[in-house]
Design a protein around this ligand. Structure first.
Ligand code: GUN
Length: 297
């Protein structure tokens, strides 16, 4: 039995953050100011609070300015839209990220639409998703772009490969499909209603699993020699009483003997998301300043 390679997303992400930090030095030298990222956190969701804290630390470590805005869960939509408007107009802010999900009484799309597309480092604004769809330069969602970077590092040219994306969210599945199309893959987007998901996945040279269901993609579904990117971060009860652990959307222990390579959870795609967020912030800062994006980013 052969065992597939475990893709070290953590190491790749550290390298990307290093390259971003070098680009930041060039930006500061040219512009006399640091690129700035504003993160807005609404409510007290503990997982979101951890992400936001990490984002702040890593932004500062990359040499950028980090602005954090915490607002109570009962903030009114108009007040949140006003904050976004203020950040749109703030020249120190190059990137705006409103942490999702937002409380149920707030219309997420309205908030995303209020963000200046030039500062939309999540790439969620319809202007940026439209640019991605037609192949124009714009800001691209962090998690799928991080997945694509790992795939290209592993495979080089993806042209002509059969790719199956499991999941159709606006954050991962849909932009991932667009990115893979842009690399000349033959792309299928599968989801919870897909008939015979096992055989659809079995066609794939590249599987991207982003459904948010613990270990839903089984090892035997994977075509021998395929590359698997596992985007899932699912908290499940652990064998130890009262404890929990994190698993992906792929049954990795089964899949490992089928794959050429697979991203682990944790330590695969997760660290890439923040690294790409920093990259997008630098890219947004360069675009706004009329500078070329530094080489290799
Ligand atoms: N919540 C989970 N993932 C993301 C992301 O990529 N961006 C934002 N803004 N919120 C998220």
């Amino acid at each position: 039995m052969t065992i597939g390679k475990i893709i070290d997303g953590k190491a790749f992400a550290a390298d990307l953050r290093e390259r971003v930090a070098e680009g930041v030095v060039q930006f500061v030298a040219a512009q006399g100011r640091k690129p700035g990222l504003a993160v807005v956190l609404v409510g007290e969701d503990p997982a979101s609070a951890v992400y936001v804290r990490n984002k702040g630390k890593m932004t500062a470590a990359a040499g950028m300015e980090s602005f954090e805005f915490r607002r109570p869960a009962n903030i009114g939509q108009d007040e949140l839209l006003e904050l976004v408007e203020e950040l749109n107009g703030d020249p120190r802010v190059d990137g705006i990220l409103v942490q999702l999900p937002l409380p149920a009484h707030i219309d997420e799309q309205a908030v995303i639409s209020a963000i200046d597309p030039a500062k939309d480092v999540d790439g969620f604004h319809v202007v940026n998703s439209g640019k991605l769809a037609v192949g124009q330069d714009g800001l691209v969602p962090c998690t799928p772009l991080g997945c694509l970077m790992l795939l290209k590092e592993e495979l080089g040219d993806l042209s002509g490969m059969e790719a199956v994306v499991v999941g159709r969210s606006n954050i991962v599945g849909k932009p991932m499909a667009q990115l893979l199309l842009g690399e000349n893959c033959t792309v299928t987007v599968a989801h919870s209603r897909t008939h015979d998901l096992a055989s659809v996945v079995h066609r794939a040279d590249i599987v991207v699993a982003a459904v948010g269901r613990p270990e839903m993609v089984k090892g035997e579904w994977i075509k021998p020699g395929a590359i698997v990117v596992d985007v899932g971060i699912n908290r499940v009860p652990s064998e130890e009483e009262g404890k929990s652990r994190i698993v992906g959307d792929v049954a990795t222990a089964e899949a490992i003997s089928h794959v050429r390579a697979i991203t682990p959870v944790p330590g695969g795609v997760g660290p890439m998301t923040i690294a790409v967020l920093l990259r997008n912030t630098l890219v947004a800062a360069c675009m706004r300043a009329g500078m070329d994006t530094p080489e290799g980013l």
